[in-house]
Design a protein around this ligand. Structure first.
Ligand SMILES: Nc1nc2c(c(=O)[nH]1)N[C@H]1C(S)=C(S)[C@@H](COP(=O)(O)O)O[C@H]1N2
Ligand SMILES: [Mo]
Length: 222
């Protein structure tokens, strides 16, 4: 079960990463405004799209459902390792949420199905010192959130979108969906969730992107 490691010197990936690093340095798209999710549907500087753009590092790992596996470990009382059958045997939830990508597109009313973060937390039981969560993916990508951000009723590990299995380019078989943060926090092809006492920045967080990434506060870069 080798996790495909990204080739960090690969041409396409390198260019993509450089461009997005440059955006962070320039503060591209920043409006300096805020919005109130209770009143506004669109966060500042965003525009609604009806298609669903694909954004990643240019490597889309092909993970067959039978080969998919998830590990949850670190600062938890009950670490776990699940294959797809074990994952699908958990209580399933459906939820509808909006996507806000830091490159300025937002997509409304995405319907997801999968296993809720709240259920995962009840199974692994984070230890008192656990305060952060780091997602790891099959393409080598990582991204971090606070435990408080993960522990929300709209957060899930999704295997389906609009009633169909989640497509490979969008992170299938299983991705994270964390609607209250920019979409780079929603790890595609997730394989490991690590609970930490100390925060550890992920791929974009190390490259000029904001640690928390709240779209309503326009936390694009940090
Ligand atoms: N594993 C992995 N997850 C990832 C990424 C990635 O490169 N690898 N890109 C992130 C970024 S920057 C965005 S905007 C969203 C895009 O998801 P989508 O391609 O389904 O729109 O996935 C996020 N999750
Ligand atoms: Mo993104």
């Amino acid at each position: 079960m080798s996790e495909k490691k990204p080739n960090l010197l690969g041409g396409l990936r390198e260019k993509l990463v450089r461009r997005k690093e440059a955006w962070a340095k320039e503060g591209r798209l920043l409006t300096g405004e805020r919005a109130d999710p209770a009143r506004d549907r669109l966060p500042p500087g965003q525009r609604e799209v009806s298609n669903w753009p694909v954004l990643d590092l240019g490597v889309q790992p092909s993970v067959a459902p039978e080969k998919w596996h998830l590990r949850i470990d670190g600062q938890v009382a009950e670490p776990l390792a699940w294959d797809m059958d074990a994952f699908l045997a958990q209580p399933q939830v459906e939820s509808v949420s909006d996507i806000h990508c830091v490159t300025s597109w937002s997509r409304y009313d995405n319907s997801w199905k999968g296993v809720s973060a709240r259920h995962l937390l009840s199974v692994v039981r984070p230890l008192p010192q656990a305060r952060f969560v780091l997602f790891h993916s099959f393409d080598g990508y990582t991204t971090n959130v606070s435990l408080a951000d993960f522990d929300d009723d709209d957060v899930l590990l999704a295997h389906s979108w609009e009633g169909k299995p989640l497509a490979r380019e969008h992170g299938g078989p299983v991705r994270v969906v964390l609607p209250k943060r920019y979409f780079w926090k929603s790890a595609k092809w997730v394989c490991r969730i690590e609970f930490l006492a100390e925060d550890r920045p992920g791929f974009w967080e190390e490259r000029g992107y904001h640690n928390e990434g709240d779209p309503w506060e326009e936390e694009r870069y940090g």
